[in-house]
Design a protein around this ligand. Structure first.
Ligand SMILES: [Zn+2]
Length: 405
């Protein structure tokens, strides 16, 4: 229990922030340094490291039947700009803890077990999110991913070679289809804590759509331009945003609506804003509802067209997914073996497991996080909950890795 906790604290020194959080941008030097630490921990128990062309890092523990497809577990080490110590890191370190326990116990498996550190899960500098796992699952091509640009116009293709080199000379990862994938993660929400359960068995992931709304008016002098002559983009944008909030506030909690980025141009105190751009993150667990709510957003954009032009663009879409029932059942059995209080729940956040689910039976387990706070420097989890999740992960992976077919 102590080792798992200490490793979280050790990894959190890579990109440490003042208030206890972590800033470890994907593909940055600090991201590579954190990975080198994990490679080093893995090397002590004989894990074999390899790297693929988008920067997914694989640490393999050989089984006795190398011809069988390997069992995968893992998560990510990149963080939000003001992220916490556990988001992503937990899935990697729980997997490492499991492999160390197997090593110490001299525990053999038929199948290889591979601990994966997926590249760029957060997508906060280079969109989309879960980039590495979506390239691995071939739902995004490497060429497309390399075209991604950050807000300063720098392309991923310019940044990635340095990041890959920073790992030192590693073999190129083989293109494999895993036998199964199980990912451990903090819940990033308040349900498990409220229900006093140490473990969540995740049934699926909410669908997600991202939109960008652009409101165009006309820049004008703040002192000399009368009301009637103004095409104030901010005024229209605020009214539209207000209408959207009112609409979504009137609907139950099963729909999640967020305006997370807001830009006003030219951003000068004495110029009437000529342009406002803002983003919408919309989530729901049913595909039909997601489509209906998207239409409601478009209708409101339409209604606010007038003095200013209002356009809406869908930036990305990710349909709702359901995890493998056999993996959910396995997690439940494993939790029962270890007497871990559990419940089923749906994930509000997107995870790499979504893409793996498209290629192999996949599932996730959640551990509680304090007050449900995540993507925040104060993110925290109890060490006994981290340990219980790692134990259930280990039990489940062991059963999978000992299955011949
Ligand atoms: Zn995460």
């Amino acid at each position: 229990m102590q080792r798992l906790w200490d490793r979280h604290m050790a990894l959190a020194t890579f990109g440490a922030l003042d208030q206890g959080g972590v800033n470890r941008p994907a593909f940055s030097p600090i991201d590579a340094q954190a990975r080198l630490r994990v490679i080093d921990w893995g090397a002590r128990i004989g894990l074999l490291a390899s790297l693929d062309s988008i920067g997914n890092l694989f640490l393999r523990r050989p089984g006795t039947r190398p011809e069988l497809a390997p069992v995968f577990t893992g998560s990510h080490l990149d963080t939000q700009p003001t992220g916490g110590k556990f988001d992503g890191a937990y899935g990697v370190l729980a997997g490492l803890e499991m492999l160390e326990t197997f090593h110490d116990a001299g525990c053999e498996t038929l199948r290889d077990i591979v601990l994966v550190i997926w590249a760029n899960e957060e997508g906060s500098r280079f969109a989309p999110t879960t980039m590495g796992s979506s390239v691995f699952a071939a739902s995004l091509s490497l060429a497309q991913a390399l075209q991604a640009q950050d807000e300063h116009g720098e392309r991923l293709s310019e940044v990635l070679p340095t990041f890959l080199d920073a790992h030192g000379p590693l073999p190129v990862a083989l293109d494999l289809i895993p036998f199964a994938y199980v990912e451990a993660h903090i819940e990033q929400g308040p349900v498990l804590e409220a229900e006093q359960r140490a473990l969540g068995i995740v049934t699926g992931i909410q669908g997600l759509r991202w939109f960008e709304i652009e409101v165009c008016g006309q820049e004008a002098h703040a002192g000399t331009t009368p009301k009637a002559a103004r095409a104030d983009a901010l005024h229209t944008a605020v009214n539209l945003a207000h209408a959207l909030f009112e609409y979504f506030d009137g609907i139950g909690d099963e729909v999640r609506f967020t305006i997370g980025r807001w830009r006003t141009e030219p951003g000068s105190p004495n110029t009437v804003p000529g342009r406002v751009k803002f983003t919408i993150d919309l989530r729901h667990q049913k595909a039909e509802s997601l489509a209906a709510f998207s239409q409601a957003i478009e209708d409101r954009c339409q209604a606010y067209r007038g003095v200013c032009e209002v356009t809406i663009a869908q930036l990305s879409e990710s349909p709702p997914i359901e995890f493998s029932e056999s993996v959910q059942h396995l997690l439940d059995q494993s939790a029962q073996v270890w007497g871990v209080p559990r419940m089923v729940l749906i994930s509000g956040a997107t995870h790499d497991a979504k893409w793996l689910n498209a290629m192999t039976p996949s599932g996730m387990l959640f551990v509680p996080c304090e007050h449900g706070i995540s993507h925040n420097q104060r993110e925290n989890t109890k060490r006994e909950d981290l340990a219980a999740g790692a134990q259930v992960l280990a039990e489940s992976i062991l059963r999978l890795a000992r299955q011949a077919n």
